[in-house]
Design a protein around this ligand. Sequence first.
Ligand SMILES: NC(=O)c1ccc[n+]([C@@H]2O[C@H](COP(=O)([O-])OP(=O)(O)OC[C@H]3O[C@@H](n4cnc5c(N)ncnc54)[C@H](O)[C@@H]3O)[C@@H](O)[C@H]2O)c1
Length: 332
Amino acid sequence: MTLNIGWIGCGRHARQMLLPRLPDHDIRLAALCDRDGAAMAATARAYGVTDCYADFGDLLRHPGLDAIGMAVGPEIHRVAAIAALERGLPVFMEKPPAATAAGARDVAAAAQKARKPVIVGFMKRYSSGNRIAMNLLRNGDFGPILGITGSYLTAPTYFEGEPDYTGFYLHHCIHYMDLIPWFASSEFGDLSVRKVSPAPGRLLLHLGFTTKAGAIGNIVMGTVQSRGTPMEEVRIMGDHKRIEVDNIVNVELHRDPPFKADNPAATLDDTVDTLTWQPNFTAAANEDHKGYSGLVADASAVLRGDNREMPTIEDGVLAMERLERMIRLVEA
Ligand SMILES: NC(=O)c1ccc[n+]([C@@H]2O[C@H](COP(=O)([O-])OP(=O)(O)OC[C@H]3O[C@@H](n4cnc5c(N)ncnc54)[C@H](O)[C@@H]3O)[C@@H](O)[C@H]2O)c1
């Protein structure tokens, strides 16, 4: 059954990463909204959409919509999601779910009242490497997680000379405020922050944390690396087990192999030696390792009323609460 979606926000992210994936899942862009007429007209041409609105309130009144999608920005995510829910429509929204944790809680309350799902676009959970890592943690014999180290960096591009890091926190740090506790399957316990800032707009943070389940870890985030380099790595430590995910696609599972040097018969043993995985970028297959495709696939099912384990507004609330806790420590 075709899902008719009304979409708010025809900016860079929607046009490049999200909208191209909708037709794969029989989602039809039934109506568009953007206050930027040129961006909306270009998107309408690309997808053959004839019903376009500058005001999201008008979009929500468009007849025949099954769901609302949006990639706009924090405050509009909050107000447009609540307005959509009040009309009984399920919502897919990009992160962040709101500008504040209180705002995200308002969206969650509206979702509960409407009994409709709100999906939040934490696509890092769907990146090929991260998904493999999580499946290894859940399905294998990894044992308890002892430690997690994560690194998520970006460039000063958007923050040059700008001492206000609100955008960095809301648009970037929010990802690891979801991803790392998701890997840990546990809430943060203690949290501490160290920072260095060589110039306005340039910030490097080291977060130290414990989890309620008893693990320790740290998260490195900052605006001091080039976007032309790999930006992310995750290390998950167990007892004689270690999962490493570099650049979201290179996965290694280290276990407990014997030394090789003194064994003339040394070989590779698939029960103890390191397992690795990398994608084949030369295959003529339309694979999306960043995770948008998997996210949209699950969103398509949930917006149709099916169940999937996927990031919801409740996860959005938790991520925003962790983020605000972190910001209070950074700014203390
Ligand atoms: N998950 C990811 O990897 C990822 C990557 C990039 C952006 N994002 C998220 O997507 C969202 C959009 O980011 P972007 O880079 O596309 O930004 P953008 O500025 O390119 O696009 C936002 C669009 O929303 C429109 N808009 C703003 N206010 C509006 C309003 N009141 N009514 C109607 N339209 C309005 C703007 O005109 C613009 O076209 C952000 O929340 C961002 O965090 C997520």
